[in-house]
Ligand binder design. Structure first.
Ligand code: PLP
Length: 282
């Protein structure tokens, strides 16, 4: 398939970057994953706004204007094989002699590719997934979507090793997020979401879920969620661009409530699918 690299469109096999790229040497860069439904990028403006936040967070100039990003992403989405896709883009501080300090002259590396997007299959929606918990040992700028993902990689592998789908993270006794998702909890019929801070990625899907809750009149609150509240939850949900809204039905080997996706999950799932449809028809 066709990818974008530094101003050129070319086959993936021909896309090459210098080994001294700071993305490779230091993990010095940021990224985004944008879902595309029916070849239409979902919440593109919001993803580009978060990209700008990440770039500001690592003090790297945005190499493209919003119009240029939009044009490149649309071009890649149109050239791809499938209608539903995940657009991956990354910007690094580019190639430079190896030195921790920023190079004097920065030439950012810009890479965009499309991969087929598979939305959660029916079976997974109906049964939910299992998750494990772990101490959130990441840095204090988890709001930056940094390509340096080693802590997330190690945390996510804990889930895989336990035959689970995700690792849910706790910092100082409070829920932060998943290794690659945001986490919602239902208590006493109220949807609870940890507040955005430097300790979690501000998920685009997280925002969509809170918007839906507000529009549909589902009781919800944005506040800290303790470990005890997580463990005693009526429902636990994961959200991300690829997971959409997925119910967690087992946590650390124990069933969440009766071990099946709960009533609020089904309401949110239906509303989320309807919301996607309106965007696709727009
Ligand atoms: N938190 C982390 C650590 C993530 O990696 C992701 C995305 O994969 C999310 C949350 C969810 O963000 P979004 O809804 O924008 O996909």
């Amino acid at each position: 398939s066709i990818v974008y690299l530094n101003g050129e469109y070319l086959p993936l096999e021909e896309a090459k970057i210098p080994v001294l790229d700071r993305g490779f040497i230091f993990g010095d860069g940021v990224y985004e994953v944008i879902p595309v439904y029916d070849r239409r990028p979902f919440r593109l403006a919001e993803h580009l706004r978060r990209l700008q936040h990440s770039l500001d967070g690592i003090r790297l100039a945005n190499p493209l204007t919003e119009a240029e990003w939009s044009e490149c992403i649309t071009h890649i989405a149109e050239a791809a094989e499938t209608e539903d896709q995940g657009i991956y883009l990354q910007v690094t501080r580019g190639p430079a002699p190896r030195d921790h300090a920023f190079p004097k002259v920065v030439r950012q590396t810009v890479f965009i590719m499309s991969t087929p997007l598979t939305t959660p299959p029916r079976e997974l929606v109906e049964q939910g997934v299992s998750a494990v918990t772990a101490v959130d040992n990441r840095w204090l700028r988890c709001d930056i979507k940094a390509i340096a993902l080693l802590p997330n990689v190690l945390l996510r592998q804990l889930a895989v090793d336990a035959g689970c789908a995700e690792t849910i993270l706790l910092r100082d006794g409070f829920l932060t997020e998943g290794a690659a998702s945001n986490v919602f909890v239902v208590r006493d019929g109220v949807i609870l979401a940890p507040p955005k801070s430097n300790l979690m990625l501000p998920g685009i899907t997280y925002d969509v879920v809170l918007e839906i809750a507000a529009n549909q009149g589902f009781a919800h609150a944005v506040r800290q969620v303790s470990e005890a509240e997580l463990r005693g939850a009526e429902e636990i949900w994961l959200t991300s661009s690829t997971k959409e809204v997925t119910a967690v039905t087992r946590l650390d080997g124990r069933p969440v409530a009766d071990g099946r996706p709960g009533p609020l999950f089904w309401k949110m799932h239906a509303a989320y699918q309807a919301f996607k449809q309106t965007v696709m028809r727009a």
